[in-house]
Write a protein that binds this ligand. Structure first.
Ligand code: 5AD
Ligand code: SF4
Length: 433
């Protein structure tokens, strides 16, 4: 009988792929079946995120709960970004944890499993040769890493400390991975990296050195691959050649994440983002003019140290000017291993909360108007998930979530769908072709 694995994945798409890699590695050694019941699991993995403080605090209470519910002899492992930055301290604080495995060390999962209280968190480790086993949670869309780590020095961000130096994965390996995924049913790929459009910055070996635009061109030649998405790009590396490729390449989905963080040039400087409010607006205007059908999403932090009312108004101004289709917004959270944790001029929580509410309320208003416009539109939807009650979901080319009535025959198909109903986060429609 195969062993059972419970795996909880927090954080970003990179973590989701890391979880898949761990499942693949474990299975190469002995078969594991996924379970959603802690009580049944032989191995419990919490794949953590440390980008903000809250999930870290939650980790220790969760370990306590899992420990009470787990069956005798079951192991608990903490992996991912919080594992990277707390390391040994996790075991000191929670000795019931059997192993700690950092975000850049997922390929060592079978090694740490064998040693009691093993801690592997080196950020020097090079996983860019991509020697992972095969496992995909969804056969219709593949996630493929194109780089690991991050060389940026954003003063709020813990990721360079947890994922280490940026290394690009050789393009031939990327093409190989995607070709394999296409052969088993994937028409769509999501290219992953902390800083995807900085691809080509540094390779581990002497591979062919190409940049992100060239990589996109190379990947689009893969036969049978119909849709290419990527996350996350950095506004600083959105040169004209890249935006032109984005707009003109029919395989590239017309959805782009342009993380703003702040609309104030002064705060952007304190964050060490490398662009000004004007540079940012210029890139978004270019996207809108080259590709009016594209949706733009963003990340915004409010309450960064030193953020005045005027700085916040600058952020609101960018929100008005760009009319983002999606906004992920957060209150600033001081993190260890970052420069900004030492910044004075801390913004009181009430003010940060007030700013966050105002920003979100304004964006919801914009969304309501945008979603109304969707009614009656026809989109090409790629169906990739079976839902309860006879429904199937998929994404439009510009990244909107759509539900239709249907069955598994729709899975893996791209169909014309007419939108019949809208809500804030998704659309309902009917297949017309
Ligand atoms: N506090 C709040 N939000 C943060 N992010 C990253 N670090 C912090 C922090 N210290 C946000 C950024 C990033 C997203 C993934 O998380 O907006 O783009
Ligand atoms: Fe969280 Fe960032 Fe790590 Fe992703 S890379 S899991 S968002 S801390």
């Amino acid at each position: 009988m195969s062993k059972k694995l419970f795996i909880e994945t927090l954080g970003c798409a990179m973590n989701v792929r890391d979880s898949e890699h761990m499942i693949a590695e474990l299975n190469q050694k002995e078969p594991y079946e996924l379970t959603e019941n802690i009580e049944d699991a032989d191995l419990i993995i919490i794949n953590t995120c440390s980008v903000r403080e809250k999930p870290v605090a939650k980790l220790f209470s969760e370990i306590g709960i899992f420990n009470k519910r787990k069956k005798e002899g079951a192991k608990i492992g903490v992996t991912g970004c919080t594992a990277s930055h707390l390391g040994q301290d996790i075991i000191k604080r929670a000795p019931v944890v059997d192993f700690v495995l950092g975000a850049r060390n997922v390929s060592k999962i079978t090694d740490v499993l064998e040693k009691k209280h093993a801690v592997e968190i080196s950020t020097d480790y090079d996983e860019s040769t991509y020697a992972f086993g095969e496992y995909r949670s969804n056969p219709y869309k593949a996630m493929v890493n194109i780089s690991i780590g991050c060389d940026k020095q954003c003063t709020f961000c813990i990721v360079p400390a947890t994922r280490g130096e940026e290394i690009s994965i050789p393009s031939d390996l990327i093409v190989q991975e995607i070709t394999k995924a296409v052969a088993t049913g994937a028409k769509e790929v999501m290219l992953l990296g902390q800083n995807v459009n900085n691809y080509g910055r540094r390779f581990g070996g002497s591979e062919e050195k190409i940049n992100f635009t060239q990589l996109l061109q190379k990947i689009s030649k893969i036969e049978g691959l119909e849709r290419i998405r990527f996350t996350s790009p950095h506004p600083l590396h959105m040169d004209d050649a890249f935006l032109e490729e984005f707009a003109s390449n029919p395989k590239i989905c017309k959805q782009i994440h342009v993380p703003l963080q702040s609309g104030s040039t002064k705060i952007l400087q304190a964050m060490k983002r490398g662009y000004t409010k004007e540079n940012f607006l210029n890139r978004c205007t270019k996207i809108r003019s080259l590709c009016p059908e594209a949706t733009i999403s963003t990340d915004i932090i409010v309450g960064f140290p030193g953020e005045s009312n005027q700085d916040f108004e600058d952020t609101m101004d960018v929100l008005e000017q760009v009319q983002f289709e999606q906004v992920f917004s957060f209150k600033y959270s001081p993190r260890p291993h970052t420069e900004a944790q030492h910044f004075t001029d801390v913004i009181p929580d009430e003010i940060a909360s007030e700013r966050l509410s105002r920003l979100q309320a304004r964006h919801f208003e914009m969304l309501a108007a945008q979603m109304d416009d969707q009614l009656g539109k026809v989109h090409k939807v790629y169906f990739d998930e079976l839902k309860p009650n006879g429904r199937v979901s998929g994404r439009t080319d510009d990244g909107r979530l759509v539900f239709v009535e249907g069955s598994e025959e729709l899975l893996g198909q791209i169909k014309d769908v007419k939108i019949t109903k809208t809500s804030r986060a998704s659309l309902d429609g009917e297949v017309i072709n």
